[in-house]
Design a protein around this ligand. Structure first.
Ligand code: ADP
Length: 243
């Protein structure tokens, strides 16, 4: 018994430590990013090409760090049971629209086609609106990260049985078969040949925890050089008691 108690204590110290450190990182990171904003808008004077490139590099690394901190915070919150889920009944197309909207401009800038299709009269789902938006943001931002100019990203929702299936499909580089399960584990990234890791390896671990807290499932179907689909399920409102 003593070992279990000690283990729990150590686990609590670990999660508290991560939460505190992550919080401490957030504020200075926000000011670094705001600082690069001012510099990039030439608020402190005109920039030459070298300066612009240098500041862009600072910005990208700071944003990556900021995502790592946010993912770590969210993951420790969920793992320690401290995350609060606010479940309600929502139209899935409202959630998807809210998640897709911030990416249209980025997709256009990167010359990729991003769109969303949804069956008419699709039933409402049981979800935490913000958390499912977070899930979709992660999946869409990955799809944009791992596709090239001219590629396509489609977000789709359809009803099947007691569930709604939501798919984020891209025509990007795909994922080797031996990785399609593993990428949902913490810090797993595909590093293989010319596959260069561009993120933190935490996003999909958080995504999976969120979907499982919804009693749903998530998986990846992918073919190298053809593209990947990330599919997750949510309960249809009013039918969840049948499961
Ligand atoms: P990261 O921050 O590295 O993107 P994730 O947990 O979101 O972390 O993803 C883990 C890994 O899964 C990525 O590093 C990448 O190798 C792979 N991956 C995720 N989404 C895609 C995708 N749409 N296409 C190709 N590879 C992907």
């Amino acid at each position: 018994f003593q070992n279990v108690t000690q283990l729990k204590e150590v686990e609590k110290i670990r999660t508290d430590f991560i939460a505190t450190i992550s919080h401490e990182f957030k504020t200075p990171l926000t000011s670094i990013i705001m600082g690069t904003d001012v510099l990039q808008e030439e608020g402190m004077g005109r920039l030459n090409d070298d300066q612009r490139q240098f500041i862009q590099a600072i910005r990208e690394d700071s944003e990556r760090l900021s995502k790592l901190v946010n993912d770590l915070l969210e993951l420790t919150r969920i793992e320690s049971g401290k995350a609060v889920f606010k479940f309600g009944e929502y139209a899935i197309d409202d959630i998807i629209e809210c998640a897709v909207k911030p990416f249209y401009q980025l997709a256009q800038q990167q010359e990729k086609n991003l769109y969303f299709s949804c069956e008419d009269d699709i039933p409402h789902v049981i979800a935490d609106f913000e958390k499912i938006t977070w899930v979709l943001n992660n999946l869409i931002s990955n799809a944009l990260k791992y596709t090239e100019v001219g590629d396509e990203i489609v977000v789709n929702a359809e009803e099947k049985g007691d569930m709604v299936y939501i798919t984020v499909k891209d025509s990007g580089r795909g994922i080797p078969e031996e990785f399609t399960d593993k990428i949902f584990e913490k810090f797993v990234q595909v590093r293989d040949g010319d596959f260069e890791a561009r993120g933190t390896g935490l996003g999909l671990a958080v995504v999976k925890e969120i979907i499982e807290a919804h009693n749903g499932e998530i998986w990846c179907e992918s073919e190298l050089d053809v593209g990947s689909s990330f599919i997750f399920t949510l309960d249809i409102a009013g039918k969840e008691q049948n499961r």
